[in-house]
Design a protein around this ligand. Structure first.
Ligand SMILES: [Mn+2]
Length: 295
């Protein structure tokens, strides 16, 4: 990175927020984490650095970006840098009101609640897709990265019956009851193995028709592909499955998405950080834009 230049995702080609149809931001906080493995506050910086290292090709004085299959330079995203946790709710609200799709990289998963509080304040009915090894549905231990879905369910306009969980494989009894009571559709790893990722993505898209937000915890991915997380659980999605989900279920996204729990301290050569950037690029590319680009 050139000295003095801000580190941004190289695929965020829009020079300003004003004319962008999507706004990408980081939240370098792990205040909501209770994991013994610290380090997720380094996620946003690591994801941008990996994107620059792996997807920005320098040739002499010029440089070129390796885009995901269908993007090819057409992505109209602006990278707003990192936002403080206390300012997320207002930031998310402003972007959604301005019809921009939001994309966040964390940071611990509790950040998702702050984003969705902002979303909920200005959107009528909306549903979510929660992709995580854990359901984050604990209601008996305060507000933290393990209570995100429990907290989301208390928001005013969320529609749990058209919302889904994908990739869950470490679940507590309390959480099981919470999910069943709320009526959230549940796609565990067994179903993904039995039916395959194509059928599962199709089913997911048929369930979520209105306003959609997708939250990805990188621990949904198998630690073999994503070692850089705080709470790894074996038996997860492959890298290509999560990227497929991003570019298919991503087509239903019109509000925003996030990729959380990137922990560079446990990463292997930046592979999890790079995957985080690619998931975001695929989502940003696929998303249903609500705003016309340009002045
Ligand atoms: Mn989580």
């Amino acid at each position: 990175m050139a000295k003095g230049r801000k580190l941004v995702f190289p695929w965020c080609a829009s020079p300003s927020e004003k004319y962008a149809d999507s706004v990408i931001f980081g939240v370098a906080s792990e205040r909501g984490s209770r994991a013994p493995r610290k380090g997720s506050s380094g996620g946003p910086r690591a994801a941008r650095a990996a994107a620059e290292k792996f997807d920005l090709v320098k040739r002499g004085k010029s440089s070129s970006i390796m885009y995901t299959g269908s993007a090819s330079g057409s992505l109209n995203c602006y990278d707003a840098g990192d936002i403080q946790k206390v300012k997320i709710e207002a930031f998310a609200r402003r972007q959604v009101l301005n019809k921009r799709v939001i994309g966040c990289v964390g940071g611990d998963h509790s950040i998702t609640y702050d984003i969705l509080k902002g979303v909920d304040s200005c959107v009528g009915a909306w549903s979510f897709v929660y992709i995580d090894a854990h359901p984050d549905c604990i209601g008996s231990a305060g507000r933290y990265y393990g209570s995100v879905v429990h907290d989301i369910l208390a928001l005013k306009n969320v529609k749990p019956k058209s919302s889904l969980m994908i990739g869950v494989r470490a679940i507590e009894e309390e959480e099981k009851k919470g999910i069943e009571k709320a009526g959230i559709k549940f796609i565990g790893m067994d179903r993904i193995i039995e039916e395959g990722i194509v059928a599962v993505s199709k089913y997911a898209r048929s369930m979520i028709t209105n306003n959609v937000y997708v939250s990805v915890d990188l621990d949904s991915v198998d630690p073999a592909f994503a070692p850089g997380v705080s709470t790894p659980v074996p038996g997860g999605l492959t890298a290509r499955e999560i990227l497929y989900i991003a570019s298919t279920i991503g087509k239903s996204v019109n509000l925003g998405f996030d990729v959380m729990e990137l922990n560079p301290k446990y990463d292997a050569g930046g592979m999890t950080a790079h995957l985080a950037s690619l998931i975001m690029m695929n989502m940003a590319c696929a998303a249903r834009k609500r705003r016309q680009p340009g002045p």
